[in-house]
Design a binder for this molecule. Structure first.
Ligand code: GLC
Ligand code: CA
Length: 558
């Protein structure tokens, strides 16, 4: 397999709004990030991915961009950005920016022009359609609203928005739009940034004729699979690769909903000239009730699918759109520390480039706000309003939406136990999680048994262990509902990961192939309990990483 720095890298995602507020206005900013670069470096990661920092009216926290060439006032200035980039590079950290080009803000000058008249030269930068029988041009539902179409009085047509009505979709069929986007990408890359995380990138190409989503007789249908992976996407990405990406030593990761490994190879295959890796949603979209065999099947299927197609994967369990991983996949009450460490062990030893979301390294948890007034996320607010308007009981609606709400992961990073968790000296834009006096970076720093120290050890270990990056992956217990046990093997080195995904003690029978190998415990989330028998007892949420001696001539080496 070809070796690349972006396969070996570990990425740390910074959500700037909630990271650290340096000037007391309640909003995290670039100077706040600069102040904490040593913290990020010390964790042992290689790359920082910044959520959008471009100028934006913030209908969707920066994913509605009104100027691609400027920094959002809330976050600082271009001089601050240049300093952040230089300071990151000085520490050997790379910086990856979010690229949001499926849509702009409706306040972007392109859209202002486009909506001004039907014959404006920028009209065709967006997707305009006349009414159909006095209604929307088709039945598409958007991610955030009932219809994906918004009526525009001035010119008497609808425009398409797969997200909020302040996020009109760009028309990628227009070569001028593509040229403008490539020019902007080169402008940032020429500044020296190290790559892009590409927002909903597999939605750029729309289905020919914009057909109704099935069932076609419904007034409003969410047509996710129809919005994604249209054949036209590949020529666009290959053109982008030719015009931009291939000219720089960078990394690219596409955010791609509705993809299976078959699509994954098309986007990431080494000879495809599109992207380095994608974020698929198959893990985070599994049902709320933990289903370990299902998760193993998904990771296994992606590993084999991408291996054959020479593609590459990314590994994540949470981000700014998902609940906190320890609340979602672990036990954030009785076994918060143990399960946060177990999940770290998992994400940092599965095949693929791992992504750590800010605060994950502290074992930060979901938040449970009492009232809808404390929530800020447009998706949450719109869904709540929609369901309440439909006559449902507000408390029931709130309870139903809470577990998956995006604000779970958007509360301020908890730095210490001072007021507002040390995030701001002012009023934070969203309330801090009330558990900050116990869960915060200062406390974690002082406690050798903390989740934070575990991440640091694990990241150091990963750095020294190419098998965890390039090694073959083999699951030893596909069907076990509580235990996840797998091997990573490379060049005569073999590592065994053993995880107990449950609140109960479990026992694991040593597989025959491992029974006679010497094993060395490299890392665990409990004090060592050496067991020499053929059955290993595991405590609740126990995680272990072993180096296993390889017998000469064993099957693994072949
Ligand atoms: C992506 C972003 C999300 C945003 C959406 C629209 O899914 O991660 O935060 O709301 O795209 O840009
Ligand atoms: Ca600020």
């Amino acid at each position: 397999m070809e070796r690349n720095w972006w396969k070996e890298a570990v990425v740390y995602q910074v959500y700037p709004r909630s990271f650290l507020d340096a000037n007391g206005d309640g909003i995290g900013d670039l100077r706040g990030i600069i102040r904490k670069l040593d913290y990020i470096k010390e964790l042992g990661v290689d790359v920082i991915w910044l959520n959008p920092v471009y100028q934006s009216p913030n209908d969707d926290n920066g994913y509605d961009i009104s100027n691609y060439y400027q920094i959002m006032d809330d976050f600082g200035t271009m001089a601050d950005f240049d300093e952040l980039l230089a300071e990151a590079h000085r520490r050997g950290l790379r910086l990856v920016m979010d690229l949001v080009v499926n849509h702009t803000s409706d306040e972007h000058p392109w859209f202002r022009e486009s909506r001004s008249s039907r014959d404006n030269p920028k009209r065709d930068y967006y997707i305009w359609r006349p009414a159909r029988n006095g209604r929307e041009p088709n039945n598409w539902r958007s991610f955030f609203t009932q219809s994906a179409w918004e009526w525009d009085e001035t010119t008497g047509e609808y425009y398409l928005h797969l997200f909020s009505k302040k996020q009109p979709d760009l028309n990628w069929e227009n070569p001028e739009v593509r040229r403008e986007i490539y020019r902007m990408m080169r402008w940032w890359l020429d500044k020296g940034i190290d790559g892009f995380r590409m927002d909903v990138i597999n939605f750029l190409a729309k289905p020919a004729g914009l057909p109704d989503a099935p069932p076609a007789d419904q007034p409003s249908v969410f047509g996710g699979p129809l919005y994604a992976n249209q054949p036209g996407i590949h020529p666009y990405l290959q053109e982008m690769h030719r015009e931009v990406l291939s000219r720089y030593d960078i990394m690219t990761v596409g955010e791609t909903g509705f993809v299976a490994p078959e699509h994954g190879v098309l986007y990431t295959g080494a000879d495809r000239r599109e992207l380095n890796m994608v974020f698929h949603f198959e893990i985070v979209d599994t049902p709320a009730q933990l289903d370990l065999p299902l998760l193993k099947a998904i990771w296994g299927k992606w590993y084999h699918g991408l291996k054959e197609g020479k593609g590459w994967n990314s590994i994540y369990l949470n981000n700014h759109d998902q609940p906190r991983q320890v609340s979602r996949f672990g036990n954030d009450r009785q076994y918060r520390v143990e399960s946060a460490k177990l999940l770290a062990t998992l994400t940092l030893t599965l095949p693929g480039t791992p992504y750590i979301y800010q605060g994950e390294e502290l074992g930060m948890t979901n938040v449970c706000f009492e009232t809808i007034d404390d929530y800020r996320d447009i998706e949450m607010l719109n869904r709540y309003a929609e369901q309440v308007a439909a006559g449902r009981d507000p408390q029931t609606v709130l309870a139903g939406l809470r577990p998956k709400c995006r604000d779970n992961s958007r509360t301020p990073l908890q730095w210490d136990d001072s007021p507002q968790a040390g995030f701001t000296s002012g009023e934070p834009w969203i309330k801090v999680n009330p558990n900050y006096p116990a869960i915060n970076a200062a406390a974690a720093e002082a406690d050798p048994g903390s989740v934070l120290h575990y991440y640091r050890k694990l990241l150091r270990l990963r750095k020294q262990t190419p098998a965890l990056v390039y090694g073959d992956y083999r699951c030893l217990d596909e069907a076990d509902p509580f235990i996840y046990s797998y091997l990573r093997t490379l060049d005569g080195e073999r590592f065994w990961v053993l995880l107990n995904f449950s609140d109960q003690p479990q026992t694991v029978a040593l597989p025959d192939e491992l029974r006679h190998s010497r094993r060395e415990l490299l890392l665990a989330n409990y004090p060592e309990a050496e067991n020499c028998g053929a059955v290993l007892p595991l405590r609740p949420w126990e995680a272990r990483l072993y180096r296993m001696a390889m017998e000469s001539g064993s099957a693994e080496r072949a």
